[in-house]
Design a protein around this ligand. Structure first.
Ligand code: FAS
Length: 394
């Protein structure tokens, strides 16, 4: 079997690349280990930056999102019992879209497979890549129905298989650099079957640790609780969780938290990495396969879309017009964006974690960082631009 592009992974990155190729009439095969039902239900991110929504809209991929997504215009810090509301839309004119990632994946897979006639195999196993540095790379996989191994010749392979995929592992170790940062904390990632308890994202900086609140939908709310790295979610009972959330998010005049059944409880060891370069021969990495940002500043999904837009457009330019500029500039452009988002996540992490670090110096510096956002218009605007992913240049 031969196809111009094989995409490994049907997450936001892979499905966006597939949709862009199909819109240009280019054949493509997407390989996914999970079932369609599973990826359409898997809860993850929920904050999409306006430039990313415009990018989806220009590619005919945002119709449902624009109907259903909530728009957020502010953000709230809570510290020492006080609320500090940061009106980023008033400062920049831009806002965040709140749209659960599984809804976006559902839209993308429906558009790719049911509307644009894209080929996709769910439930595959044993994906292997061969000949990436030749002009005839191949991808093989075990077919879930027959159990036989199938080989597909391709001109290009898009490695979009996330943080635990296989494509990053085939990059020759001597030729890539993986930079990794460990934040030294865990975040207990929670999903509660409860309506949001605020009209915006809220983060509480507390001596016991940071806590976060963000709407995912009118019925479901994402919460985070800082915990020791490697902590066991079973150490966190329903009562302990809600007691800590109430304590760390307490502030005068704040609405009480609306409790609900916890439908997800997992510990994320907060770390980030960037793989450079993101290209090896005919393999192009995109999204978490190439870089992971801890979900501190809600950047991972947005970075995945950034890469997918560039990669999809570059592959179309090469395959339909023989124009290689996009492909040759792809890795440098994506790595620069990944570092910009890594740096902001690290800066915000220090603001969040300083108070509970046990180090009075870090705690003092964290308060100064937060205070500057409310005393300097220049600092506030710079923060808002980074928080919203507004690129003032390029
Ligand atoms: P994905 O991981 O989404 O998709 C990769 C796909 O490849 C998956 O479907 C996987 O099943 C498949 N796959 C893996 N190995 C394969 C193989 N060998 N063969 C074939 N297929 C394979 N980001 C934010 O911006 N904001 C947030 O609030 C946020 N919260 C998060 C909360 C949690 C609990 C987690 C885990 C992540 C969160 N993220 C958040 C980050 C997350 O949204 C990622 O950035 C985003 O899913 C990246 O998209 P992809 O690169 O497409 O990778």
């Amino acid at each position: 079997q031969r196809v111009p592009v094989v995409v490994v992974g049907a997450g936001p990155a892979g499905l966006t690349v597939g949709n862009i190729l199909r819109a240009a009439g280019i054949d493509c095969l997407v390989l996914e280990t999970e079932t369609r039902a599973f990826i359409e239900r898997r809860p993850r991110a929920g904050v999409i930056e306006e430039w990313a929504v415009r990018g989806l809209e220009r590619r005919g991929l945002a119709r449902v999102l624009l109907e259903r997504a909530q728009r957020h215009t502010a953000f709230e810090f809570r510290f020492a019992g006080e609320r500090h509301r940061f009106e980023y839309t008033a400062l920049t004119g831009s806002h965040h879209y709140i749209y659960p990632q599984q809804f976006l994946v559902t839209d993308l897979v429906r558009e790719y497979a049911d509307v644009r006639g894209g080929r996709i195999r769910f439930g595959v196993r044993g994906v292997r890549l061969r000949g990436l540095e030749s002009d005839r790379p191949s991808v093989s996989y075990v077919c879930p129905d027959s159990g036989e191994r199938r080989v597909v010749q391709a001109a290009f392979v898009a490695g979009c298989d996330g943080a635990r995929g296989v494509t990053r592992a085939v990059l020759p170790s001597g030729r890539v650099r993986t930079a990794r940062h460990d934040y030294g904390v865990g975040w207990l990632a929670l999903l509660a079957e409860a309506p949001p308890s605020s009209d915006c994202v809220v983060f509480g900086m507390h001596p016991s640790g940071v806590a976060g609140h963000m709407a995912r939908s009118p019925e479901v709310t994402r919460y985070y609780l800082q915990c020791p790295p490697g902590d066991d979610p079973d150490n966190w009972s329903h009562d302990r969780i809600w007691t800590q959330l109430r304590r760390r998010l307490a502030a005068s005049g704040a609405r009480p938290l609306v409790e609900g059944r916890l439908i997800e409880k997992r510990v994320l060891d907060m770390h980030g990495y960037v793989v450079e370069p993101m290209v090896c021969g005919r393999l192009f990495l995109a999204g978490d396969a190439a870089h992971l940002t801890a979900p501190i500043a809600a950047k991972g999904l947005n970075l995945a879309l950034h890469d997918a837009f560039l990669l999809g457009d570059a592959l179309v330019a090469h395959l339909s017009r023989g124009d290689d500029t996009g492909l040759s500039g792809y890795s440098a452009a994506c790595v620069a964006q990944a570092w910009d988002y890594q740096e902001f996540s690290q800066w915000l992490a220090e603001l969040y974690h300083g108070t509970a670090s046990g180090d009075p110096y870090r705690a003092g510096a964290a308060v100064a960082r937060m205070r500057r956002l409310f005393t300097s218009a220049v600092a506030a605007t710079a923060f808002a631009e980074q928080y919203l992913g507004i690129r003032t240049s390029g």
